[in-house]
Design a binder for this molecule. Structure first.
Ligand code: HEM
Length: 402
């Protein structure tokens, strides 16, 4: 007997977790999880199966056979972003991932801190420090990871504004497909001559590494490099910027926790940001589609059913994290789902963690008496609908240096 996706009237809940702007997302997730660990509701206006416990979310991410990442991404983003790692399965994914991985190894990260990350953080603060006020989203978090990736790739600094515009345009596929395609073409036309130049005369930048790395006698072709570069901005810049903003928001609204970090920034910034992105993961939901009818963990899942794996729901599962809604910079949470799990685990997790650590340290060192301006409109909310989440703004004041 073939399974069928429930109709709109047969759902467990009418909420649309991607389109609805819920006033208290955490409370809604707890309430739904308490009813059912896997629940039929809506996503992007369609019936969708939500996984809401840490156990189910981690098991689904690990189960690439049943829920191949390619099944969703391969259908949705390829015309704008090309066939990238997220659209690959099996041997093709293994080889492509091995070819791009060397530049993202954990042990390389300390070598990036003094020459790359710290100067960018200082440079951004230099632009506003004399005024005694800033919006940390507009003036810092939304800029920092774009500049990091641009400089890591060795792209010209004069083009940073264009690159940010193309990257944001490509991300906005759901709202404006034509603009996303236009941005994708412009970005590729810009990168093409740079890639050819690095192939013949490599430097110490990431494009040169991608152009010259060899694994098992194979190298990346031009198309594969373009596709990887187009993935880097949506995967690496938007996420990091939202995660940094959410961590700052938690610290600014919890003065007792901020005091602990200020007392020992070198020791505490890393664990504060890990806790910040546990509580408010930038990627709140990960989409998946299973290609075949399956009964999985006793849940009947019809072929083609849209699924959303609840990263935020898993990160706040009380079965794993006691008092899960409390922001506790000393928690040092393990097994967070923030960066995914399994074969598609975030390639840039070590870089993202280093970026968050450095940015927090530099911000708190330069602006130690940072205060959030009293503004009831400040909130952590959706950016691409509610798939991605972070603060809308962070207006702050601080003592300007004389
Ligand atoms: C706080 C920041 C970040 C978060 C929360 C994050 C989150 C994630 C998640 C959840 C996935 C898995 C997606 C899935 O399974 O469908 C992922 C994959 C990925 N991320 Fe990140 N990411 C962050 C930063 C970065 C950075 C800085 C880079 C690179 C510069 C990066 C590159 C990637 C790539 C290439 C993949 C695809 C890996 C694959 O399919 O094999 N991410 N990320």
């Amino acid at each position: 007997m073939t399974m069928t996706i429930p109709s709109a009237t047969e759902l467990d809940d009418q909420v649309d977790v991607i389109l609805d702007d819920l006033p208290d997302v955490a409370a809604a997730l707890h309430e739904m999880r308490a009813r059912k660990p896997a629940l039929w509701a809506k996503g992007f206006g369609q019936p969708a199966l939500l996984l809401l416990t840490h156990e189910l979310v981690s098991a689904a991410m690990k189960d690439e056979e049943t829920f191949p990442s390619a099944e969703f991404y391969g259908n949705v983003v390829t015309d704008v972003l090309g066939r990238n790692l997220q659209c690959m399965f099996g041997e093709e994914h293994r080889l492509n991932r091995a070819l791009v991985s060397p530049a993202f190894r954990q042990r390389l990260m300390p070598t990036l801190v003094p020459p790359l990350l710290e100067p960018i953080a200082h440079e951004l603060i230099d632009r506003f420090v004399h005024t005694g006020r800033a919006d940390l989203v507009a003036d810092f978090t939304s800029r920092y990871p774009f500049i990091v990736i641009t400089r890591l790739l060795g792209l010209p600094r004069t083009s940073e504004d264009d690159i940010k515009r193309w990257a944001l345009g490509m991300l906005d596929i759901q709202n404006s497909h034509d603009n996303a395609m236009q941005c994708s073409h412009e970005f590729m036309a810009f990168v093409e001559p740079i890639l050819q130049q690095r192939r013949t005369d490599p430097g110490d930048d990431l494009i040169s590494t991608l152009a010259t790395t060899e694994v098992e006698g194979q190298q990346l072709g031009d198309e594969e490099i373009f596709n990887f570069l187009r993935l880097l901005f949506p995967a690496g810049a938007d996420t990091t910027y939202l995660g940094l903003g959410s961590t700052l928001h938690s610290l600014l609204t919890h003065p007792d926790q901020m005091a602990k970090v200020l007392a020992d920034p070198d020791g505490m910034c890393r664990s504060a940001s890990e806790e910040g992105v546990r509580l408010n993961p930038p990627t709140a939901w990960i989409p998946r589609i299973n290609p075949r009818d399956v009964v999985w963990h006793d849940i009947p899942i019809p072929a083609g059913a849209p699924m959303f794996l609840g990263i935020m729901a898993a990160n706040r599962d009380p079965a794993v994290y006691p008092d899960p809604d409390r922001f506790d910079v000393e928690r040092r949470p393990t097994s967070v789902m923030t960066f995914g799990f399994g074969l598609h685990f975030c390639l840039g997790a070590a870089l993202a963690r280093a970026e968050l650590d450095v940015a927090l340290r530099v911000i708190l060192e330069r602006l130690p008496d940072l205060r959030l301006v009293d503004d009831p409109g400040v909130r952590i909310t959706g950016t691409i609908h509610h798939l991605l989440r972070g603060p809308n703004r962070l207006p702050v004041t601080f003592t300007a240096p004389r």
